[in-house]
Design a protein around this ligand. Structure first.
Ligand SMILES: Nc1ncnc2c1ncn2[C@@H]1O[C@H](COP(=O)(O)OP(=O)(O)OP(=O)(O)O)[C@@H](O)[C@H]1O
Length: 457
């Protein structure tokens, strides 16, 4: 198979072919007429748990399974073309094809069509019944949410959806930012679900929840015996598992500084080296990251590499905090319906007093906190907000000095101010702009007051 002349002069054709075979997601192995392995691709090596050097030159029955007929096919002894094969506990459907040169068989190639028989049965059912191409994902790592799961009304949420739709078809990294509970994970899922990679794996990893010493192995995998306690066959990392699909790196702002360099290399070069491994493995992994931290601030503080930040922040999606949104009442109704259905609870009419409290609340935990309050409301009929802790008993300085204590006066002023804000917010049905106007203070001051007072937390 000659390469076309226009194909980059100076390209190493053998290297190009090796990379092509490594990028084929199916397992592929080729033997000579003696049944000795002459070529094996990266996915098969991963399945077998070793580098190619461990398998090249060995007899195929030692490497794959004694059941294989590939060496017979390579001698022209059998016409078996497709057979089930168990390899290292995986049920494969193997296709075995002789390789001819000048009408003489010079070897054979084995191709694992499916590394999961359940996936095959599902695929056959779809193709057989409906006579169409397979649409269902052939991976256990799938996105759980789509764009429709992101509820929101108005211009702000429309712009969030537009940003997601714009980013989805590309293969560039995306950085999703927003406060905790604002829907960053939903956005990451939706980006994958809308992308051409939708039927390939969507693999997620929470960078903040893995001990620092294990992050490398988790992301890049490890070779057998790479460290004490490592599996003897090694393990692919999340970058490899997500190849062809999307890797969602949640809490990327918590990634330790010393690991950021290898992350940058993986994203930039699209290849990884397993811990304890010697050769790079090509990947085709799109990265979507999320963080509730201000990454620019972390860059300025020297806690996050600027080069990684610029690499990841090519496309950005900002999930607004609930207090920035103006669709809270609508959102609460939608979520109430969903939660009632999911939990099998009876619907409840929302009394105006409860709705006013919801509208006035500061929702530091955003939609997650709102969902929790709505669930409590469905169960009890109460607003489901945390009770204001009892005002701290002022220290009895008066008792000692016989003068009116300042703390008591301050506590009194605070209580009066809270009552006034509460009343005004109730009157304006939670409209903070209007409340700030009536109180004669700026919106920012109102928010500061709401944050300061335990009555609103
Ligand atoms: N716009 C939305 N519509 C419907 N549900 C939402 C929306 N935003 C968030 N939620 C719900 O709120 C909860 C928290 O969302 P999610 O996990 O995506 O937030 P997050 O920003 O990733 O939070 P964290 O930073 O804490 O990981 C989930 O139950 C999610 O379904």
């Amino acid at each position: 198979m000659p390469f076309p002349e226009w194909f980059g002069s100076g390209q190493n054709e053998a290297e190009f072919l090796r990379r092509v075979l490594d990028h084929v997601s199916d397992c592929l192995v080729a033997v000579d007429t003696n049944g000795r392995v002459v070529l094996i691709n990266a996915p098969y090596c991963r399945l077998l748990g070793g580098p190619p050097e461990d398998f090249i030159g060995r007899h195929i029955t030692d490497v794959v399974s004694p059941q294989t007929r590939l060496h017979h096919v390579a001698r022209g002894d059998t016409s078996v073309t497709v057979m089930p094969l168990e390899v290292r506990g995986h049920q494969l459907l193997a296709r075995q094809v002789p390789v001819y040169q000048d009408e003489r068989i010079i070897g054979a190639v084995g191709l694992a069509l499916f590394s999961n028989m359940a996936a095959l049965k599902k695929a056959v059912a779809v193709v057989g019944d409906q006579g169409r191409a397979i649409q269902s994902p052939l991976t256990p790592w799938t996105a759980r949410y789509g764009l429709d799961d992101i509820l929101g009304q108005g211009a702000l949420m429309d712009s969030v959806r537009a940003a997601i739709e714009q980013a989805a078809p590309l293969s560039l990294p995306v950085l999703v930012q927003g406060e905790t509970g604002s829907g960053k994970e939903l956005a990451a899922n939706a980006i994958h679900a809308l992308s051409p990679r939708a039927r390939r794996p969507f693999v997620w990893v929470n960078c903040a929840s893995i001990p620092e010493s294990l992050i490398d192995a988790e992301l890049f995998g490890y070779e057998g015996g790479a460290f004490t306690g490592a599996r003897t066959r090694g393990k692919p990392g999340k970058f490899e598992l997500a190849s062809g699909g999307t890797l969602f790196l949640d809490e990327i702002g918590d990634m330790p500084l010393n690991l950021q360099a290898s992350l940058l290399r993986a994203v930039q070069n699209q290849e990884i080296v397993r811990v304890g491994g010697v050769s790079p493995i090509p990947i085709d992994t799109r990265v979507v990251c999320a963080t509730h931290r201000d990454l620019q601030e972390r860059v300025d503080a020297g806690q996050f590499r600027a080069d990684l930040y610029y690499r990841l922040n090519v496309l950005g999606v900002h999930m607004p905090a609930l207090r920035e949104r103006d669709d809270l009442a609508w959102l609460a109704d939608q979520l109430l319906e969903r939660i009632a259905m999911r939990e099998g609870l009876p619907r409840r009419r929302v009394p105006p007093s409860v709705r006013a409290r919801w509208l006035a609340f500061d929702w530091l935990g955003n939609v997650r906190q709102l969902e929790a309050a709505l669930l409590r409301f469905l169960l009890s009929g109460e607003a489901g907000l945390p009770e204001a802790p009892a005002a701290k008993r002022p220290q009895s300085v008066a008792g000692r000095h016989g003068t009116p204590p300042m703390t008591t006066l301050q506590a009194h002023i605070d209580r009066e101010r809270d009552a006034c804000i509460r009343k005004t917010l109730a009157e304006t049905a939670g409209d903070k702009d209007e409340a700030a106007r009536r109180l004669g203070i700026s919106r920012a001051t109102l928010y500061r007051e709401l944050r300061r007072s335990p009555a609103w937390s």
